[in-house]
Structure formats: structure tokens, C-alpha cells
Ligand binder design. Structure first.
Ligand code: PHE
Length: 497
């Protein structure tokens, strides 16, 4: 029988006291961590190399009340702090503690014979000292329980266990193992076989003439049946194929962007709600802007404050420092605009399927990190009609025919349209689109017309696979992924038709 390195180490530990059952917890070989020990012990039991006996052990855990007491003090402790050496009225004590805590505190203090008299409560100085001590011990006991699951102060423990939801007792079984004689013999026969070859052994040559632990190089492999991509990767590949088949080129960008490009270049006013913290993850560092960005700061400032010929701008003042903030890009339209700032003329069709970040709470339809599909075209034929046509073609290749356009608003496009579709008999907003405004294009020196659209990939995947919760897409439960795989093969069929 062959032993792994960890099994060997655990057996050696056990062999120091071959007569005794040793608890798993007290096996602490320096070479392996707890998990390594636990798994080695399991294997040794399975291989029949050790005897096993289970021991029940009592452990403690904080209940709901116990957790509150630990963070804000035990009621009786808070009470005697308020009563102090001078005493206080019941009224006052009740007001400061709240009626529930007051009730508990009074009951606890009453155990030491202290009771209110005529609406007033006071504690004799000696007793007060004693109670402070005793109650502090209870708090320390709570702390110990939280940290170790054990309690060494039996008096405090008894008090805490008697109370409701303060401390709960659990029993846990611990494995105790003892090395079997045949395993002991195995160890002895092994001699100084090499388990792990170290650099030291190699350079000193001490490995020479020694026996090595044999390795099984052709172990039987279990076929998992996971011969497909993750659902989201599959969709991304599919969307890439579609864009490429339509003649689009993939563009790339960075996760970290300046507000200058993510917002200002796109004519998003500086007081726009999307700029505020609830929508954008800002970084603490400041970028070192290069000369070109400094130049654009001047240009965008004029555009935002006074507009361009024929267009009036936002009128409010534009802060250079706001544009210098670093952020995690909130949309891939920043890639689009950066691309066109470099390609001011000619004809271009570009796309990306990439990550964006939004400072949002996670719920069934929101993720703070998601993928956006973005497409953009620079062409003399750009119009609302060609934009609709190209979007329809894109979605029809994904198997979605009935899309509609409804008027919408984005600071950087005019006109703007939202794309709406009916999927699984639910009306869903798929994304935004529009024709870039002159306030965006002209400052970059672009005379051509540009149209673009963008949509969230996860939202789309959720609807496509009829998921009720967007978080399911990132579920890493293998069984679940298998069923997802089946749905995907259905999609493959759909998209081929
Ligand atoms: N950037 C927009 C969003 O994040 C989508 C969009 C892209 C709108 C291109 C118009 C043009 O929702």
C-alpha cells in the first residue's frame, strides 16, 4: 500500500505513542495545516491503517443576545454603570436602558439581593465592586466563547447558559485515532524513503541511492461530462462571432479610466447623477495627465461651459479636478470614444464585449461588475434608419426578432433610443443606442457621423435562459452548471437556424 506525504507525516506523529488514541485536534505536525491533517486522517481510516473512536465534545456558541451583549455590554453591566455609587431612579434607569434591557438587568441584579426601594435603586459600595467584577467575568466569558467555542469560567458559563439566546451548547464529535501495528511495521520498513525531493537534496546529491515514493502516472480519470464552456463565455464567443460576421472589429480598453474620458469626453455634465458615488467606483489615486489630456481638458471645458457653434453647452462651470478622478469604467462607450479620438475619419465598425463596474448593491437584477456589449459605426450612411437596421440584424442573429425602439435619453447621443424586446413573454429593456452628438464629435476633430449601441450581457443572459436571479449566472455549483449546459446546447441549435 502506498502512502501520501501527508499520511506519512500523520502516521509518524501517531507512532510516537502507538498505544494511545490521539485526538485529531492535537495532531499538529509543522509541515501540514489543519485541512491537510483532516484529509490525511480520513484517508488513513479508509485504508484501515488506524483505529478510530469518536469522542463527543461540548462546544459553545453565542446566541443572538450573546452577540449583542458582546458588542454593547451585558444589560446588568450597563445597569450598574448607570446606577454607580450614587444610585439612580428606576425611571431614569429604564429610560437609559430601554424597557427590555432594563427588565433583564433588574432580574440579574436582584440575584444579589439588590432591589429598588420607593422608585430608587442603589448599591452598597462593596457589593458594587463585587458585581462589577462578576459581570466583567461574564463579558470575558462571552469573548472566550466567541473566539474559541470554549469557556473556562464555569460560574459565568452557568449563568450565561441559563439565559435565553445568550449562549448555546453544541456537541461535536471528534475523531481519535491510534496507529495499527501493521501501519507501524510499514513505517519501519520504509526506512528513509524520499517523499519530497528538495533543492537541497539535489545540490548535495544526498538523494543518491535512496528509494523514492512511487507515483502513479496513469491513474484512472473520472470523466466529468463538462465538455462545454461556461454559459457566459459561450455567449461572449457567440456575440463575437456575430459581430465579426457583420464586419466589425474588436476594440480593447482599460478597466481603470479617467473621468475625463469616461464622462467629460462624452459630454456627461459634471453634476450628472451617474457621476456620483452611488453609481461609480472612484479610485483614491490621481493620474498624471499627459499633455494631450491637458489639451482636451481645455477643450472639454469650453464645450461643457459654452458649447460649440450652434449648440449651447451645459452653462454650469466645469471643474478640471473632477475630470482628473480615476474610476473603474462605468460603460464601454469610453472605449468607443477613445477609439474614434484616434480614428477621426474613414469608415469603421467596432465592437467590444467587456467588463464594466457600477457601484450598485447586488440584487436579483443588479451586479456591481458586469459585461457590456458595445457596437459603434462611423460611416456617411449613419442615420436613425441604418442604426435600427443594424441593431435588428444583430439581435436577429441572436434569435431575437421582435425588437422595438423607444425614445430615450443619453447625454452623448441625439436622438437616443432604448431597445426593447419581448423575451419569454416579458417586455425587457435590452440597452441604449443613438447617434453621437456634435458636442462629442466635433471637439475631437471628427466630422463624420457615428452611431452606437450598448447593452448589459448578464441581463440579456438572464432573460434568455429564463433565470429569476442574475446572480445565478455566477453560481459555481457544478450540478447547476450541468443543467445550464443543456440549455446552451438548445441555444446552439437556435442560433444555427
Ligand atoms: N453607454 C450606455 C449605457 O451604459 C449605452 C449606450 C451606448 C447608449 C451607446 C447610447 C449609445 O447604458
Amino acid at each position: 500500500m502506498d502512502l501520501s506525504r501527508n499520511e506519512n507525516i500523520v502516521l509518524r506523529e501517531l507512532s510516537r505513542d502507538p498505544e494511545k488514541f490521539i485526538s485529531e485536534d492535537s495532531l499538529n505536525p509543522p509541515e501540514i495545516d489543519r485541512r491537510g491533517v483532516a484529509s490525511a486522517v480520513s484517508y488513513l481510516i479508509k485504508k484501515g491503517l488506524v483505529d478510530l473512536q469518536l469522542k463527543e465534545e461540548e462546544r459553545y456558541d453565542l446566541g443572538e443576545e450573546g452577540k449583542t451583549y458582546l458588542s454593547s455590554g451585558l444589560p446588568e453591566q450597563n445597569a450598574i454603570r448607570l446606577i454607580g455609587a450614587a444610585g439612580t431612579t428606576i425611571e431614569q434607569l429604564k429610560n437609559s436602558l430601554g424597557s427590555q434591557e432594563f427588565g433583564i438587568a433588574l432580574a440579574q441584579i436582584a440575584r444579589s439581593g439588590v432591589k429598588p426601594i420607593g422608585g430608587f435603586i442603589s448599591i452598597d459600595y462593596e457589593l458594587l465592586k463585587k458585581l462589577q467584577d462578576e459581570y466583567e467575568k461574564r463579558r470575558l466569558a462571552l469573548m472566550e466563547i466567541e473566539q474559541s467555542g470554549r469557556c473556562s469560567d464555569l460560574a459565568a458559563l452557568e449563568n450565561l447558559l441559563r439565559r435565553k439566546n445568550v449562549v448555546v451548547k453544541k456537541t461535536r464529535s471528534i475523531r481519535e485515532i491510534r496507529i495499527k501495528p501493521e501501519a507501524l511495521a510499514m513505517l519501519q520498513n520504509q526506512g528513509d524513503r524520499i517523499e519530497v525531493l528538495t533543492q537541497e537534496m539535489l545540490s548535495s546529491g544526498s538523494w543518491k541511492g535512496k528509494e523514492f515514493r512511487p507515483y502513479e502516472l496513469n491513474p484512472p480519470v473520472q470523466i466529468s461530462g463538462f465538455n462545454f464552456l461556461h454559459p457566459l463565455s459561450f455567449m461572449i464567443e457567440r456575440i463575437r462571432d456575430i459581430f465579426i460576421s457583420m464586419g466589425f472589429t474588436e476594440m480593447h480598453g482599460n478597466y481603470v479610466e479617467t473621468a475625463l474620458w469616461n464622462m467629460d469626453a462624452l459630454f456627461i455634465p459634471q453634476n450628472h447623477p451617474a457621476r456620483q458615488l452611488q453609481d461609480t467606483f472612484y479610485l483614491e489615486e490621481k493620474p498624471a495627465l499627459d499633455d494631450r489630456d491637458r489639451l482636451f481638458q481645455g477643450i472639454f471645458r469650453k464645450v461643457h461651459e459654452n458649447g460649440i457653434r450652434g449648440y449651447s453647452g451645459w452653462g454650469s462651470s466645469w471643474e478640471p479636478s473632477e475630470s482628473e478622478r480615476l474610476l473603474l469604467r462605468t460603460h464601454t462607450t469610453v472605449n468607443t470614444i477613445r477609439y474614434f479620438a484616434e480614428h477621426k475619419s474613414g469608415q469603421h465598425a467596432i465592437f467590444s464585449v467587456d467588463r464594466v463596474f457600477r457601484h450598485e448593491n447586488m440584487d436579483w437584477k443588479h451586479l456591481p461588475e458586469l459585461h457590456q456589449i458595445e457596437g459603434a459605426v462611423m460611416h456617411p450612411e449613419v442615420s436613425l434608419g441604418t442604426l435600427k437596421g443594424i441593431i435588428r440584424e444583430f439581435y436577429s442573429k441572436l434569435g431575437i426578432e421582435n425588437i422595438e425602439f423607444i425614445p430615450s435619453y443619453y447625454p452623448y447621443t441625439e436622438p437616443s433610443m432604448d431597445i426593447v424586446a419581448e423575451i419569454n413573454s416579458r417586455e425587457v429593456e435590452l440597452g441604449g443606442s443613438g447617434i453621437f452628438r456634435p458636442e462629442v464629435l466635433r471637439p475631437l476633430g471628427i466630422r463624420q457621423k457615428v452611431m452606437a449601441w450598448g447593452m448589459g450581457l448578464e441581463r440579456f443572459a438572464m432573460l434568455y435562459y429564463n433565470l429569476d436571479d442574475i446572480r445565478e449566472i455566477y453560481n459555481n455549483d457544478l450540478e447547476w452548471l450541468k443543467t445550464y449546459g443543456i440549455k446552451l446546447s438548445a441555444l446552439k441549435k437556435i442560433s444555427k437556424n
